[in-house]
Design a protein around this ligand. Structure first.
Ligand SMILES: O=C(O)[C@H](O)[C@@H](O)[C@H](O)[C@H](O)CO
Ligand SMILES: [Zn+2]
Length: 315
């Protein structure tokens, strides 16, 4: 990999547009739109300009781009596990690869290192990451797993890469750094450390990127299993993918109540994002790794990309 020397870095804003409110919708349809057989699919991101869904397959070291119109997939292989991807304002993408933040040029498939974290922790890698409303790329680390959710604990930290390429560390002692998103007014940062079985909130200062006042807004119930990736909808409700739980759940962070459960035909649901026309669809990633041969037979679509659509009933 090359060292990056000059490029100014302002990530594209992720502001949602006119997502149709799920509350006004009555029934849902779930479809596997791509049988990708991901070992561990993660980090779905909608790219409006190309009508495409970006996602990664972490252990396969692949960043993928699925064109929702042509149904074609392009894949770029990098040299270490790639755990999240984000859009870059100047074109191309940024991704967390191993313990590095990298700029990814899709055309020539090159990756340029922007910053490295956890240099003294050889067994660590980045996990989930997302860009904040001011263009900082937040991502956390974890020890590499020996099996899903089996790892040396408290090895991870949460970081963000600023548009000028400097990195700030927020805290350490993280088990599995996972889902993250910001409230619609940018005043709250939501965060999941999977093995805490909790969805947490922090006060957020958009000007400085500082976080404070950590508290739990939801504790997962036993059958919901392990909280993984997360996104927010226009009503400020959180959608959390439940690893081993085969579902995404919609939470009200103000009341701490679960509002909706959407079950998928695969157990290892890892993350979700809104996309499609007017951001009215939800895309869900999942994993194949960790399923035994019986599980693979029962869940042939494991590792695929799922689309959830809300159908309004018109009388
Ligand atoms: O996708 C991730 O976030 C992790 O990299 C995965 O390994 C699993 O989801 C994790 O094991 C469950 O918490
Ligand atoms: Zn995850």
């Amino acid at each position: 990999m090359l060292e990056c020397c000059f490029c100014s870095l302002f990530y594209r804003n992720f502001e949602k547009k006119t997502l149709v409110s799920p509350m006004t919708m009555s029934s849902i349809k779930i479809e596997c739109v791509l049988r990708e057989n991901c070992h561990c699919g993660e980090s779905p991101v909608w790219e409006e300009a190309s009508n495409s869904l970006l996602f990664v397959d972490i252990p396969a070291k692949k960043v993928c781009r699925w064109d929702s119109l042509s149904k074609q997939v392009q894949r770029v292989t990098v040299d270490a596990p790639v755990s999240s991807v984000a859009l870059r304002q100047s074109g191309g993408y940024v991704a967390t690869v191993g313990t590095k933040f990298c700029a990814l040029n899709w055309e020539d498939q090159s990756a340029v290192v922007l910053a490295t974290v956890d240099k003294e922790k050889k067994n660590n890698r980045f996990n989930d990451g997302k860009v904040d409303p001011a263009g900082r790329y937040f991502a956390g680390t974890m020890a590499e797993e020996t099996a899903p959710a089996v790892l040396e604990r408290r090895q991870g930290s949460l970081y963000s890469l600023f548009p000028d390429h400097h990195v700030e560390k927020y805290f350490d002692q993280v088990d599995i750094s996972n889902g993250l998103d910001w409230s619609m007014d940018h005043k709250i940062f939501y965060y999941i450390d999977s093995l805490s079985y909790s969805v947490d909130a922090f006060d957020y200062d958009l000007q400085t990127g500082k976080i404070s006042n950590r508290r739990s807004v939801y504790k997962l119930e036993k059958e919901e299993q392990i909280p993984d990736g997360m996104c927010i909808d226009v009503e400020g409700k959180l959608w959390v993918a439940c690893y081993n739980g085969g579902r995404v759940i919609r939470l009200d962070p103000e009341t701490g109540k679960r509002l909706q459960t959407v079950k998928l035909p695969v157990d290892k649901t890892t993350s979700c994002c809104f996309g499609g026309k007017d951001y009215s669809e939800m895309y869900v990633t999942c994993a194949r790794d960790g399923l035994d041969s019986k599980g693979l037979l029962q869940q042939p679509e494991a590792g695929g990309i799922f689309k959830v659509i809300w159908l309004s009933l018109i009388f």
